[in-house]
Design a binder for this molecule. Structure first.
Ligand SMILES: Cc1cc2nc3c(=O)[nH]c(=O)nc-3n(C[C@H](O)[C@H](O)[C@H](O)COP(=O)(O)OP(=O)(O)OC[C@H]3O[C@@H](n4cnc5c(N)ncnc54)[C@H](O)[C@@H]3O)c2cc1C
Ligand code: SF4
Ligand code: SF4
Length: 427
């Protein structure tokens, strides 16, 4: 198999998360992570690539390698939960500034922590995802140097975004920074730290949102059309925020505004979700390798139609590392965030039942992928085999068979990535 075929296999077998790291590793003259005709950001090979580079990509790519918290960040004061991983403290909290709390995705803690990191001069900038005018359903990588930048980036984007495309040039800046992203993005950063020691020196904090996955692009297109907004007419999209969860707001190029309820978008339970294949088999949507993970706090995992107007937004916040705990407590002492009370991992499981299910099912799903001759994510320190043993044989067999069937039906298949513009030009 050629180096190009090996790299393409990650996308073709539905495992690419579109983080952008392989572009930073190979260089943009060889690999460009960009929008492809199926609506995903995928690595498009544009130059000669060698096996050694592809080996390095396989070692760092979060599509195929996901690990828990690095051993060096665990010490005797670390607590452990078999589902929720390593942690030091878990609380309910929100941004103390009511405007940030209102505008942000949940209670605004990620935004408030980002601003606090800049204002306290702990870091010089935040690497994160902000709104994209070019592809309003997704987001684009951004370096935030000010409070205004971080507030502009607030909110959840349930579409493709590639925050790590230029991680190499970000590291070349040789300045301390923080990263805010999805758990798979942080898995990529931690993996890459094995290859480039500047990551641990310069990336001082890694913060994540707990993540159940984003919307498949074709389902997104269907959703927009259902509400009279063809994808090509869309100029801006806010999935949630300005309330908790707040309305899903679509703006068109001719100035129309269409608003729908968050529950119209995601539905009331996970059976209605339409996720990329890799998200369905994700072994870590809970950000096990991050310093801090932030989540929603709706009991049962979803808002209710009735409760939405009164919900000001409150996050669950898991501090996993010493740095994360110190940051959380310093930000609270400085008045950037307000801690309501400590909670337990049972509360987390109540808020995030879909994450619990995924964690228990991941190992059996990989057995199904393995039996089908497919790639599957290599994991360490995520306890997925241990959790699968609690399921019982019948349940694991059922999951493995279901995954095999999905593979037989091509549910994990994606075309070889080509650039969107290249394909358009050839039509
Ligand atoms: C794809 C996705 C899936 C999610 N799934 C869950 C879930 O299963 N359970 C749950 O509790 N909550 C989920 N959330 C929402 C998440 O809980 C909230 O974003 C989190 O609680 C933080 O809230 P906040 O108010 O502190 O965020 P904010 O202060 O609004 O900050 C949000 C941060 O997320 C970053 N961001 C937004 N979209 C992306 C993206 N696509 N990629 C990388 N970074 C991004 C922004 O740059 C910003 O820094 C999901 C969000 C996303 C984007
Ligand atoms: S997951 Fe990231 S590193 Fe892996 S192939 Fe996709 S864009 Fe590249
Ligand atoms: S579910 Fe997993 S793979 Fe999908 S976006 Fe979230 S963290 Fe990444």
């Amino acid at each position: 198999m050629s180096p190009a075929e090996r790299l393409n296999r990650i996308s073709e077998q539905g495992l690419c998360v579109g983080c952008g790291l392989c572009q930073a590793i190979a260089g943009p003259d060889r690999v460009r992570v960009e929008m492809t005709p199926n609506g995903y950001e995928r690595p498009v090979i544009v130059g000669d690539i060698e096996h050694a580079t592809v080996d390095e990509i396989y070692d760092a790519c979060p599509g195929v390698r996901v690990e828990g918290l690095p051993a060096g960040l665990v010490d005797p004061s670390t607590r452990h939960d078999n589902v929720w991983g390593a942690y030091r403290r878990v609380v309910r909290a929100f941004a103390s500034d009511p405007d940030i709390r209102h505008r942000a995705s949940t209670g605004g803690v990620l935004t408030a922590l980002g601003i606090y990191l800049l204002q306290s001069k702990r870091v010089n900038f935040i690497l994160q995802v902000t709104t994209s005018k070019e592809f309003p359903t997704g987001g684009k990588r951004h370096l935030s140097f000010s409070q205004v930048d971080v507030i502009e980036a607030s909110g959840s984007r349930y579409g493709p975004a590639a925050p790590l495309v230029e991680l190499d040039t970000v590291l070349d800046c040789a300045e301390p920074f923080a990263f805010i992203g999805k758990p798979c993005d942080v898995a990529a950063v931690r993996n890459y730290a094995r290859h480039d020691k500047r990551v641990d020196e310069l990336c001082r904090y890694q913060l994540v949102m707990v993540c159940g996955g984003y919307m498949e692009p074709k389902a997104m297109r269907r959703f927009l059309e259902e509400f009279g907004v063809p994808m090509d007419d869309l100029s801006a999209l806010r999935y949630r925020g300005f309330g908790c969860p707040g309305p899903t707001r679509m703006e068109t190029k001719d100035g129309r505004v269409v608003e729908r309820n968050y529950l119209d978008f995601w539905g009331e339970d996970e059976s209605a979700w339409s996720l990329p294949f890799r998200c369905n088999v994700c072994p870590d949507g809970i950000g096990e390798a991050a310093d801090i993970a932030a989540a929603d706090t709706w009991p049962g995992g979803s808002p209710t139609w009735e409760g939405q107007d009164d919900d000001l937004g409150t996050n669950a916040l898991i501090a996993r590392t010493a740095a994360g705990l110190e940051l959380m407590e310093a930000a609270a002492a400085a008045g950037a965030i307000t801690i309501e009370n400590d909670i337990t991992m049972c509360d987390m499981s109540d808020y995030q039942p879909h994450q619990v299910t995924k964690k228990y099912m991941a190992w059996a799903r990989y057995a199904g992928l393995r039996a089908s001759g497919q790639l599957f994510p290599q994991t360490q320190r995520l306890r997925i085999r241990e959790l699968a043993l609690e399921n019982g044989l019948a349940q694991n067999l059922r999951q493995a068979k279901r995954t095999k069937k999905r593979v037989q039906h091509g549910r994990n298949c994606e075309p070889t990535p080509v650039a969107l513009v290249a394909e358009d030009a050839s039509q």
